[in-house]
Design a protein around this ligand. Structure first.
Ligand code: F6R
Length: 244
């Protein structure tokens, strides 16, 4: 539990920096799993600062994003590809070829193959070293809404009403929010070597307490992170306020 989000992001940025510098000295790649949404923005800002002011290089980094809205082109202002370009990718020395975001434009009949290919690409680079997560008020991680099991893999999902309502402001109305998304599964996330889940503010307090202190269950998919051997929830006072 951190005094504020900036301190929590500093802790996670330190872990990322250690990984990147270690792999660089070995001439190897580092693989980051990334999230979108408002929660990780400060973390990305801190990484950009370290890149600009302290020479932290992302040249040997491969990234995989958790999810993408189904039906949105990568150029759509609310697409997660666009978000990542704006919030991180365009500001560091990442090789664009090494950034991966699920493709929201594949035809329905090709979705399964595209999702399987996404999983294979993660495997081909040796798996995710550090996975960054936010959490939705439904208890989702990625877009694994309630009902998602611990074995779930990358797939097309239907978004929960609460999730669509939370996204309504960005899309200028709930009716404009896509109904489906492609997301890494809970199982995909659990395969990452280290997981950091970030959450700020009172609105996340209930779901943080259920995820950390409740029984692992598909009604709160984030609760399955209790099964991971190296997962840290990094929260501020607001998000921690309902922990016993
Ligand atoms: C985003 C994602 C979602 C968000 C969650 C919280 O890639 O996978 O699980 O992390 O919806 O969103 P914010 O951070 O906007 O509260």
């Amino acid at each position: 539990i951190y005094e504020d989000a900036d301190r929590a992001c500093g802790f996670v940025a330190d872990a990322i920096e250690r990984l990147l510098r270690e792999r660089q000295s070995q001439g190897k790649s580092a693989v980051l799993g990334l999230a979108t949404g408002s929660t990780p923005v400060r973390l990305y800002r801190e990484l950009i600062r370290r890149h600009r002011e302290e020479g932290l290089s992302f040249a040997n980094v491969v990234t995989f994003n958790l999810d993408e809205y189904y039906g949105l082109e990568g150029t759509h202002p609310e697409s997660y590809r666009r978000f990542m370009q704006d919030q991180l990718f365009d500001h560091v020395d990442l090789d664009p070829e090494k950034t991966h975001v699920p493709d929201g434009t594949v035809e329905r009949e090709d979705v399964f193959a595209s999702c399987r290919r996404y999983e294979e690409k993660i495997e081909e680079v040796g798996g995710i070293d550090i996975q960054i997560l936010g959490i939705g008020r439904t208890g989702h991680i990625g877009f694994n809404e309630p009902g998602s099991g611990p074995e779930s893999r990358t797939r097309l999902v239907t978004l929960d009403t609460l999730t669509r309502r939370d996204a309504a402001r960005d899309f200028l109305g709930e009716e404009n929010v896509p109904r489906h998304a492609i997301t890494m599964g809970v199982g995909t996330i659990l395969d990452a070597r280290v997981v950091y889940l970030l959450a700020w503010g009172d609105s996340k307090a209930g779901v943080i307490s259920e995820s950390v202190e409740g029984q692992p269950s598909a009604s709160i998919p984030a609760s399955f992170l209790q099964l991971h051997k190296d997962c840290v929830f990094c929260v501020d006072g607001g998000a921690a306020s309902q922990l016993t």
